[in-house]
Design a protein around this ligand. Structure first.
Ligand SMILES: NC(=O)c1ccc[n+]([C@@H]2O[C@H](COP(=O)([O-])OP(=O)(O)OC[C@H]3O[C@@H](n4cnc5c(N)ncnc54)[C@H](O)[C@@H]3O)[C@@H](O)[C@H]2O)c1
Length: 361
C-alpha cells in the first residue's frame, strides 16, 4: 500500500469485540487512515479498545456518527445487526466497511444497500481473503484463461469451534443474529468460489447439527451447478477437530489450481509443461500457507488482508469508483447461502435467483 497521494480518512469502529480489535490493528496498517473513535453497547469494551489504540471511546453510535473527523465507519457488530447500524451510519453520510456476511437475511441486506444508495455512500463487505496473495495470482490465471473453460470448483472449510465459543456471546449460533457454519465461517471460501466460478444457478444441500448445542447447523454440504454449466461442492464445518486449512480447488480443461489458506499450494496446468524446462516444477507448486489462521482460533486473524480491503475502499472513495468487493456481490453470496439453507430444509434442489430476478428470499 503506497502513501503517495493518499487522502486522509477518519475511521470509526462500531463493535469492539473479536473482529473490532482486528479492524483497529488493520487501520494502523492503512496509509492515510486514522482511527478516530470506537463505540460498543458495552462501554467497557469500547474503552479498552480505545485505550489500546489511543483513540476516543464514544458512549453510543449517535455520538460516533456526529463526529466530523470520521468519514468511514467499520461495522463490526453481530451479523444480524449489520443493517441496523449500517443504515444509521449511511444516513449520517459515512462510507461503510461491513463485516461478513452482509446480513443474515436478504431483506435486511436490501435495506442496507438501499440506504447506502440513497445517501450516496460506498459500501464494501469484508471478504478479506480476496486480498490474499494466492488469490491475486489465481485471478491473473483466470483472467488469462490459463485454466481453460472451468469445469469444477470446490470450497472447503473444515474448522473447529468449541461449545465455549458458541456460549461466549448470546448471538452466536442463533438464526436471528448469526446463522450456522456456512453463514459465519464457510462464507469466506464460498465467496471465493463464486468469485472464481461465476454465479451459482442451483444448489442441493444437506445441513447437520451434530457436535454443538446450537440451533443452527455446524456442518453443511452443498452441490452447486453454476450458471456457466460447471459444477462444484461447498463444505463447511465447525465440528472438524482440530481445524484444517481452508481450501479452494478450481479445475478447468487445462488443469487445476489449489489454494490453501490464501496461498496457491498446487498448480498443475497443461501450459506450464509447455513453458517450463523439462524437470522443473512450476514456481508456485508448493507455497507454505500463511499463519495465523482461524481454523481453531476465532481471533487468529492476520490483519493485513483486512487492511488491504479497507485501503481498497479508501481508494474507491478518493477516485470515485466502486470497491473491489461490492455490497451487491456480498448479497449474491448471501443469496446462495439462503438457497443452501432452503434446500437443506426442503430436501430439494433450489434454483438460485439471479441478480435482478424476482424471488429474493
Ligand atoms: N472477517 C472475519 O474473518 C471475521 C471474523 C470474526 C467475526 N467476523 C464478523 O464480525 C462480526 C462480529 O463478530 P465478533 O466475533 O467480533 O463478535 P463479538 O461478539 O466478539 O463482538 C461484537 C461486539 O459488538 C457489540 N455490539 C452488539 N450490538 C451492537 C450495537 N448495536 N452497537 C454497537 N455495538 C454492538 C457487542 O457488545 C460486542 O462487543 C460478525 O458479523 C462476524 O461474522 C468476521
Amino acid at each position: 500500500m503506497s502513501e503517495t497521494n493518499a487522502a486522509r480518512h477518519g475511521i470509526g469502529i462500531v463493535g469492539a469485540g473479536v473482529i473490532g480489535a482486528v479492524h483497529a490493528e488493520a487501520v494502523g496498517l492503512v496509509p492515510g487512515a486514522t482511527l478516530a473513535a470506537v463505540t460498543d453497547v458495552d462501554p467497557g469494551r469500547a474503552k479498552a479498545l480505545a485505550a489500546t489504540w489511543d483513540c476516543a471511546a464514544e458512549p453510543d453510535l449517535a455520538s460516533l456518527l456526529a463526529r466530523d473527523d470520521i468519514d468511514v465507519v467499520l461495522v463490526c457488530v453481530p451479523s444480524g445487526r449489520h443493517a441496523e447500524v449500517g443504515i444509521q451510519a449511511a444516513g449520517a453520510g459515512k462510507h461503510l466497511v461491513v463485516e461478513k456476511p452482509i446480513e443474515v437475511t436478504l431483506a435486511a441486506a436490501d435495506r442496507l444497500i438501499a440506504a447506502a444508495r440513497a445517501n450516496n455512500v460506498l459500501v464494501t463487505v469484508i471478504s478479506q481473503h480476496r486480498f490474499d496473495a494466492g488469490l491475486d495470482e489465481l485471478r491473473r490465471l483466470l483472467d488469462g484463461a490459463a485454466l481453460g473453460p472451468l469445469l469444477l470448483g470446490e470450497a472447503s472449510t473444515k474448522w473447529y469451534r468449541t461449545q465455549d465459543y458458541y456460549d461466549s456471546a448470546a448471538w452466536r449460533g442463533t438464526w436471528e443474529l448469526d446463522g450456522g457454519s456456512l453463514m459465519n465461517q464457510g462464507v469466506h471460501y464460498l465467496d471465493l468460489l463464486l468469485w472464481a466460478m461465476g454465479p451459482a444457478a442451483e444448489v442441493t444441500a444437506i445441513c447437520a447439527t451434530q457436535a454443538h448445542q446450537v440451533e443452527v447447523e455446524d456442518t453443511t454440504l452443498a452441490l452447486v451447478r453454476f450458471a456457466s454449466g460447471a459444477v462444484g461442492t461447498v463444505l463447511s464445518s465447525t465440528a472438524a477437530y482440530p481445524g484444517f486449512d481452508q481450501r479452494l480447488e478450481i479445475t478447468g480443461t487445462n488443469g487445476t489450481v489449489i489454494v490453501s489458506n490464501g496461498a496457491i499450494t498446487r498448480r498443475a496446468l497443461a501450459n506450464d509443461r509447455l513453458t517450463e524446462p523439462a524437470g522443473v516444477t512450476p514456481a508456485t507448486a508448493v507455497t507454505p500457507a500463511t499463519e495465523p489462521t482461524a481454523a481453531a482460533n476465532p481471533a487468529g486473524i492476520d490483519p493485513s488482508s483486512h487492511a488491504a480491503q479497507i485501503a481498497d475502499l479508501l481508494a474507491a472513495i478518493d477516485n470515485g469508483h466502486q470497491p473491489a468487493v461490492t455490497a451487491e456481490s456480498a448479497r449474491a453470496t448471501l443469496q446462495v447461502i439462503c438457497s443452501v439453507y432452503e434446500s437443506a430444509r426442503t430436501g430439494r434442489p433450489v434454483a438460485v435467483p439471479q441478480p435482478g430476478e424476482e424471488g429474493a428470499r
